[in-house]
Ligand binder design. Structure first.
Ligand code: GUN
Ligand code: ZN
Length: 445
């Protein structure tokens, strides 16, 4: 058992009621192995009531620090670290001029291995303990990211990027030299081999990953859907309804589907554990489809603001009731920092507020990047509580130690916070990697 005394932030068990953050000024967090030997939260609460129940505990005291759940990034591209801050008129020229050329470099395994190490370290430095990430169309890039995460016992979900048209030829999935199996079929065989190699090993999960409908043929999307049906426990990730030109392109390529989003449903790619990035330009039938299929949206506000894609409609999502969580979408997104992403989400919510009288509270924003994102991933215990992104008993013990005095301005502002909401807002608005003093990953015995 390991015990920490500090201020504690976590979330009350999920119900239909509004999200409620719990805060204990002088708290005790107790971490110890579950039946499988994995470190999970054993107890959380006030020091005064809990400490007497555990006499003789050796306690790490962290005065002035806040322990909070590790952040969950619901959508990020590990090969796009170097793409951050590449300006373009919009999504499609950005892909063509910056993103595809960079992803081509991952054909060299050493390039991918170095990038994977940097990426995982950068996530941890920023307090992100779990991510659903894109790799490239090279199997080696998937192996590199899984290996880097496994070495640190981190929860990581990724998969081979499926693209068999409309990208530079060298970036499309490739047939094996001399093989009678074509590139499309090979991409599906490679995906299945990667599932068998990695899915469920330690804390790793596989995601079937068609990049987006325009870069896959019908055959590749239907093969991906068949794979998803054979492996219901693996994730699915893709992009949808991010940009007007992208939507027009997808509609032209798949005219038989009712909408761009419905294209994925028509190929068997909407179900639980399917996460679609962006979901900006949806209509009411699309939102209902998201809800009825139990799929989730990865809301990527810094990316959407940077690329000029549009604004996720929080009011409509709440009205229809489909799952969503926050994502950096690096390298369309501008930062690895969950604080920057939460602030961008707040700006996006303000745009919605003028339409629908809705403003995102700091507790809501923080939840969307922790327990809410864990729920959207479908990483739940038997009673339906998120296993990641929270610190309720039974949750995997991934957490951050925040130093609210990390900068002079943070210290000045957080000292004046008169409520939990004021404290959280101060950190969301002023925070970055300097606020994250330490990131702790749940270890196995
Ligand atoms: N749509 C297809 N590929 C991408 C990508 O790499 N980033 C974003 N933001 N959108 C995409
Ligand atoms: Zn993306």
């Amino acid at each position: 058992m390991k015990a920490y005394r500090a201020s504690l932030l976590w979330f009350a068990p999920h119900t239909d009621a509004p999200v409620r953050a719990c805060f204990e000024e002088d708290g005790l967090l107790l971490v110890g192995p579950d039946a499988a030997g994995r470190q999970v939260v054993q107890a959380i609460g006030s020091w005064r009531t809990l400490a007497p129940q555990y006499p003789g505990l050796s306690v790490e005291h962290l005065p002035g620090r806040i322990i909070a759940p590790g952040f969950v990034d619901l959508h990020i591209h590990f090969p796009q670290t170097n793409v951050i801050g590449s300006p373009a008129e919009g999504l499609l020229p950005w892909l063509e001029n910056y993103t595809f050329p960079e992803e081509l470099r991952f054909a060299a395994p050493a390039y991918g291995a170095e990038a994977a190490d940097f990426f995982v370290e950068e996530l941890l430095r920023n307090g992100v303990t779990c991510a659903l990430a894109f790799a490239t169309s090279h199997s080696e890039s998937v192996n590199a990211l899984f290996a880097a995460a496994q070495q640190r016992q981190m929860r990581m979900i990724t998969g081979l990027c499926l693209m068999d048209r409309h990208a530079p030829p060298a970036l499309l999935n490739q047939a094996r030299p001399g093989s009678r199996v074509d590139a499309t079929e090979q991409s599906l065989l490679d995906s299945e081999a990667l599932i068998q190699q990695w899915h469920g090993k330690d804390r790793l999960g596989y995601a079937i990953t068609p990049r987006f409908a325009p870069t896959s043929t019908d055959a590749q999307l239907s093969g991906a859907g068949a794979l998803a049906a054979r492996y219901p426990e693996v994730w699915i990730q893709s992009h949808v309804a991010e940009n007007r030109d992208e939507i027009a392109w997808a509609r032209a390529l798949f005219p038989r589907s009712r909408s761009y989003l419905a294209t994925y449903a028509d190929f068997g790619l909407m179900r639980q554990r399917a996460v679609y990035a962006h979901c900006i330009h949806l209509d009411e039938a699309d939102r209902t489809l998201m809800r009825d299929c139990a799929s989730a949206a990865a809301v990527s506000p810094s990316s959407n603001l940077f690329l000029g894609s549009g604004f996720f409609d929080y009011a409509a999502a709440a009205r229809v009731g489909f799952a969503y969580g926050l994502a950096s979408d690096v390298g369309g997104g501008t930062s690895f920092s969950p604080f920057h992403t939460m602030l961008a989400a707040y700006y996006v919510g303000r745009e919605g507020q003028t339409k629908a009288g809705l403003s995102l509270s700091p507790q809501q924003l923080w939840w969307q990047h922790t327990a809410g994102a864990g729920r959207a991933l479908g990483l739940l215990d038997a009673s339906g509580q998120a296993l990641v992104g929270n610190l309720l008993p039974g949750c995997e013990a991934d957490f951050v130690v925040l130093n609210p005095q990390a900068t002079p301005l943070l210290a000045r502002k957080t000292a004046r916070a008169a409520s939990l909401d004021e404290l959280l807002f101060a950190m969301i608005v002023l925070g970055d990697d300097r606020l994250v003093e330490r990131t702790v990953i749940s270890q196995a015995a």
